[in-house]
Design a binder for this molecule. Structure first.
Ligand SMILES: N[C@@H](CCC(=O)N[C@@H](CS)C(=O)NCC(=O)O)C(=O)O
Length: 215
C-alpha cells in the first residue's frame, strides 16, 4: 500500500532537516518502506482538505490506504509497530524504548522549543536578553540529566530504537545554539544518529526540496 506523507513546500529552515517530516522520513528509511511526499504551502496547510487529515493544520501527516495520521510521535510509533527495526521484541525493552519516545517529545523537546521561540519570535522584545539565559538553563537542566543517563553508551537503552530516533531529532534543534557542544557525549550521540544510512537518506531527500537556490 502506498504511503504518502506531507512536508513543507519550502521549509523555513532552508534544508537543515529540522522540520518534522525528516523524523518521519528517517523512520520510514529505517524500516525500509518506500513513500511518497505531498508538498504543501502554508496556505494549503490551513485549508479544509489538509485540516481533514491534520486538525491543527500542520505537517507532517501520514496516509496509508484508509488510515491517515498526524503527530510525528504517533506516526513513528505506528511505523515501529508495523515493521521491524525501531522497537525491540522483548516486552520490557520495548516498553522502555517507547518511554524514551515520550521522554524525547514530552520532557526534552519542550524547553528546546521554548529556546527557539525565545530567539526567533521574541528576540526583538525588550525583555528578551534577560529571559534568554533562564530558558537556556532550563535546556541545560534536561541535558545534564540526559547526558548522565547516556554516559558512554551508544544509545539510550541497548540497541538503536525509535526512542533514539526522536531524541536525536529533538537534540538536532539545539545545534545552532552551541549548547549541544557543552555535552561531549550528547554531541557524539547526535553525530552517531546522523551517520546512520537511513538518516542520511532522509536528510538528502528533504534537502533536495529545501536547499537554498542561487536564483
Ligand atoms: N506536535 C506536532 C507538531 C507539528 C509541527 O509543529 N509542525 C510544524 C513543522 S515542524 C508546522 O507544521 N508548522 C507550521 C504551522 O504550525 O503552521 C508533531 O509532532 O507532529
Amino acid at each position: 500500500m502506498t504511503i504518502t506523507i506531507t512536508a513543507f513546500e519550502r521549509s523555513p529552515d532552508g534544508g537543515k532537516g529540522l522540520a518534522r517530516d525528516t523524523r518521519v522520513r528517517w523512520a520510514l528509511e529505517e524500516v525500509g518502506q518506500p513513500y511518497e511526499v505531498r508538498l504543501v504551502s502554508f496556505a494549503e496547510m490551513k485549508a479544509p482538505d489538509h485540516l481533514a487529515i491534520h486538525p491543527f493544520g500542520q505537517i507532517p501527516t501520514y496516509e496509508e490506504g484508509s488510515l491517515s495520521l498526524f503527530e510525528t510521535g504517533s506516526i513513528v510509533f505506528h511505523l515501529a509497530e508495523q515493521h521491524a527495526g525501531l522497537l525491540p521484541k522483548d516486552r520490557d525493552a520495548r516498553a522502555r524504548a517507547i518511554t524514551w519516545m515520550f521522554a524525547a517529545l514530552n520532557t526534552v523537546e519542550p524547553p528546546i522549543l521554548e529556546l527557539t521561540t525565545a530567539k526567533i519570535f521574541e528576540g526583538d522584545k525588550p525583555w528578551s536578553e534577560e529571559r534568554l539565559p533562564l530558558v537556556k538553563d532550563r535546556v541545560r537542566a534536561r541535558l545534564d540529566k540526559l547526558s548522565a543517563h547516556l554516559g558512554v553508551a551508544d544509545w539510550l537503552d541497548g540497541a538503536f530504537s525509535a526512542g533514539d530516533l526522536l531524541m536525536v531529532s529533538v537534540l538536532l534543534r539545539l545545534r545552532m545554539s552551541g549548547i549541544l557542544d557543552e555535552y561531549q557525549n550528547l554531541a557524539a550521540y547526535v553525530a552517531r544518529g546522523e551517520a546512520r544510512p537511513a538518516y542520511l537518506r532522509a536528510f538528502a531527500a528533504q534537502f533536495a526540496i529545501n536547499a537554498p537556490t542561487s536564483s
